[in-house]
Design a protein around this ligand. Structure first.
Ligand code: AMP
Length: 250
């Protein structure tokens, strides 16, 4: 635990999910850096970027209370001082989330690489909520032999099952009710039931709903012991994603 550094990269608007990551970081290291940077490279549209919620003062307070020893909110020029050396996520960056959000995972890896360069963490903590992101980061760190432990934390949910997300505050009450269909669908445990459940909610538009194998991120073969449902779609103008290990509620 001594002398190690744990980094928790976030885009701010911190909620209980982020705070769980910070608490986990604090179990691992005495120095816990929480970065807050809304990374333009991972947004496809300027409109989506500009409406992303921001609350630096509130975030700083929450992060410190959860165990952060440093809240680091760099500006664009600090993160990207010159020409940007983009990092490609490769083929895995072009399926599911990547197919619906062109260049998203290249943007994620590019910012994570800059944050790692600056913070030089021994541990970096990420949520299972963004399961494809977690998979891609783990793969990239492994392939490049970076001496960083990628630590994951299960998705934190509201008591009604909705996965916490910074975007949830933008849901209308009706939208929030409709969004519950996502975790309900994931709990059914198989693709057909998942699709049927989603189809029962007219206010939810599916981008994708699949069952993948956690080890490969390919479609899960029948009988897979590591099958995970992944869902993305739209409700009241917001794009939400969630995932769950099939047969569990996590
Ligand atoms: P974001 O600020 O949305 O970029 O998320 C920062 C980190 O928090 C990422 O590693 C996310 O996967 C993680 N995260 C977001 N929501 C949750 C949640 N509900 N439970 C656990 N981790 C989460």
């Amino acid at each position: 635990m001594q002398d190690s550094i744990a980094l928790v990269p976030t885009m701010g608007a911190l909620h209980a999910g982020h705070l769980e990551l910070i608490r986990r970081a604090r179990e691992l290291s005495e120095t816990v850096i929480v970065s807050i940077f809304v990374n333009p490279l991972q947004f496809e549209s300027a409109a989506d970027l500009s409406k992303y919620p921001r609350d630096l003062a509130g975030d700083t307070e929450k992060a410190i209370a959860a165990g952060a020893t440093k809240v680091w909110a760099p500006n664009y020029n600090e993160v990207y001082p010159g020409e940007i050396a983009k990092i490609s996520a490769g083929a895995i960056g072009e399926i599911f989330e990547g197919r619906h959000r062109t260049g998203h995972f290249d943007g994620v890896l590019t910012v994570v690489s800059r944050l790692f360069d600056y913070a030089k963490p021994d541990y970096a903590i990420f949520g299972e909520k963004d399961f494809q992101q977690l998979f891609i980061i783990k793969k990239w760190v492994k392939e490049n032999n970076f001496p960083i432990d990628i630590v994951s934390v299960p998705t934190v949910r509201d008591s009604d099952g909705l996965a916490l997300s910074s975007r949830n505050i933008q849901l209308t009450p009706a939208g929030r009710r409709a969004a519950l269909i996502i975790s309900q669908a994931l709990r059914t445990g198989n693709k057909e039931a998942m699709l049927q459940t989603l189809a029962s909610e007219p206010d939810f538009q599916v981008d994708y709903a699949e069952v993948i194998d956690e080890e490969t991120f390919e479609l899960a073969p029948p009988g897979s012991q590591s099958a995970r449902g992944i869902i993305a779609g739209w409700v009241n103008g917001l794009r939400l994603i969630d995932n769950m290990r099939m047969g569990s509620d996590q």
